[in-house]
Design a protein around this ligand. Structure first.
Ligand code: NAP
Length: 276
């Protein structure tokens, strides 16, 4: 499968690195980016082909990844529309807040399009991606998309595109919630006398360990929590404070606010394509 990447920034670098590590031939990967330094870096690091011309990158591709910022998406998509009209290719967008209807408007109505929402840990191969398929996307297309995006972590499919706003709120913005939690743990540990760097290390590795347990265990998170919470013990004392403060309700409000904001931003991109 020959893959074109439109935009050679952080996400493309990570996906190309993942594909090369899994044995993809460098000649099967082509990246277009307006910045010469970006192209030279990708050529040097991965041996892939590069070009400043988006349509040129797409010409021989079977699958196209649109990896530009949301505000650049209209221009990038429109720049490859004529080339896409010459033969069927699957197009995958990884941009936050760009709806399938807008992609079809810019790329051409018959284009098989998949809208995805990866998150930042994708940059270290530890992300999670949600995907939603547009009209005309078949099983083979889905398998091809999974092959590319799974280098960044697992991929889950959604049937209802409106749920992508909730995905953005939960996993798109989600890493920031965990960073905040690590900051808060570090501050609390330091306030109680631990050296700050020790408190940070303890908090960060606890986040890593808890994340691994919750993804690698067949037990639900609630069960794992109960297993570390003895009656009358230290964890129970801390959890009681968090529950009394209404932590679950605070998160419900925070996620709802992020989902609302995601829908507002998508409306802006759709109403006035190409501008934030
Ligand atoms: N980074 C993340 O954590 C993350 C997580 C989830 C999703 N995403 C999504 O992934 C997409 C890419 O993010 P990124 O962090 O990789 O962005 P990035 O590092 O800014 O890379 C985008 C690249 O595309 C180039 N570009 C701009 N307009 C173009 C055009 N018309 N044709 C071809 N290339 C063009 C940019 O060049 P210039 O610098 O000259 O503009 C830049 O080199 C975004 O839509 C973002 O929403 C990112």
């Amino acid at each position: 499968m020959r893959i074109a990447f439109i935009g050679g920034g952080h996400m493309t670098t990570s996906l190309v690195g993942g594909l090369r590590a899994r044995g993809a031939a460098p000649g099967d990967l082509c990246v277009s980016d307006p910045v010469a330094a970006q192209r030279e870096r990708l050529e040097f690091d991965f041996g892939v082909r590069t070009t400043p011309a988006n349509a040129e990158a797409v010409r021989e591709a079977d699958l196209v990844v649109l990896a530009v910022k949301p505000q650049d998406m209209a221009a990038a998509a429109q720049s490859i529309a004529a080339q896409l009209a010459t033969r069927r290719r699957i197009v995958v967008s990884i941009a936050a807040g760009i709806r399938i209807a807008n992609l079809l408007q810019w790329l051409g109505r018959g284009t098989p399009v998949v809208r995805t929402m990866p998150n930042r840990p994708a940059l270290i191969g530890a992300g999670i991606t949600a995907a939603c398929a547009g009209p005309g996307v078949d099983h083979a297309d889905r398998v091809a998309v999974e092959r590319v995006l799974s280098t960044a972590g697992p991929l889950v499919w959604l049937d209802d595109e409106s749920q992508m706003d909730v995905v953005t709120a939960v996993s798109g913005s989600g890493p920031a919630y965990f960073f905040l939690l690590v900051e808060a743990l570090e501050d609390a540990g330091a306030a109680l006398g631990l050296p700050r760097d020790v408190a940070r290390q303890l908090a960060a590795h606890t986040a890593l360990g808890a994340g691994r347990m919750v993804t690698e265990s067949s037990d639900l998170p609630a069960k794992l929590r109960e297993q570390v919470t003895s009656k009358g013990g230290t964890t129970a004392a801390a959890l009681a404070v968090l529950e009394q403060a209404g932590l679950r309700g605070i998160f419900a409000g925070a996620i709802a606010a992020a989902a609302r904001r995601s829908a507002e931003l998508a409306d802006q991109f759709g109403a006035d394509p190409g501008r934030e």
